[in-house]
Design a protein around this ligand. Structure first.
Ligand code: ZN
Length: 217
């Protein structure tokens, strides 16, 4: 499997940073407190799949959820960046799914353990087409939707993010050096629900600016 970025063949994918609990209503539906700082976790690159691929339900989970999210592609090396300059690092945006084995994650949360196993399975990071970012695009006003077998499951807007993209990049860059090809999954609005083998998941960001279609197998 190649880690090349389909829409930007000159780049290779790097780290997959993910933000948890970045929409208040989603934090509440999972009975989590609304965080005062971004909640950060990572997925392995082997979890990435693309349009037309299939999410594989692992044998160890009976409750795999979709989380539809805006994904940001970083275009240059970025460390200790201010929020004012953070968007200079954004190369493209797209829609992604942070697939989550909710049963394994709930167990890990109870035990105070990391989420990597629940979030990092192969195929657990489907990514749609990446649309080049222009400063005229308002990243804080993009619709996010996901449907399963034609039925709407999640519908949100990035205006409801607790930490906007500039704050997230600035925050991450104070802990990690971001590099071209890194992806940031920016959190999910409410309405997460389970998928099953045979389902068709369709997701969209910005009314079709980026779209994603994957099967579940
Ligand atoms: Zn998520």
């Amino acid at each position: 499997m190649t880690h090349q970025i389909p829409d930007f063949p000159e780049l290779q994918f790097g780290s997959l940073y993910c933000i948890g609990r970045n929409y208040a209503k989603h934090a509440k539906e999972l009975k989590n407190e609304v965080p005062s700082e971004p909640v950060v976790f990572l997925k392995p690159r082997s979890s990435l799949i693309f349009n037309g691929d299939s999410v594989k339900i692992p044998a160890s989970s009976n409750n795999v959820h979709h989380e539809v999210e805006m994904v940001v592609l970083i275009g240059k090396t970025t460390a200790n960046i201010s929020t004012e300059r953070a968007l200079e690092s954004v190369m493209a945006i797209g829609v992604g799914l942070d697939m989550t084995a909710r049963d394994l994650q709930s167990e890990a949360k109870l035990k105070g353990l990391p989420w990597s196993l629940a979030k990092g399975f192969d195929t657990f990071a489907p990514l749609g087409n990446l649309a080049p970012y222009h400063s005229a695009t308002n990243l804080s006003d993009l619709n996010l939707t996901v449907s399963v077998n034609g039925e709407k499951r999640q519908s949100g807007n990035t205006s409801d993010m607790l930490f906007n993209v500039a704050s997230l990049i600035s925050y991450l860059s104070k802990h990690f050096t971001l590099t071209a090809g890194d992806l940031i999954f920016t959190g999910t609005p409410e309405g997460v629900s389970a998928v099953e083998k045979g389902d068709l998941i369709k997701a969209s960001l910005g009314n079709g600016l980026s779209t994603l279609q994957v099967h579940v197998s």
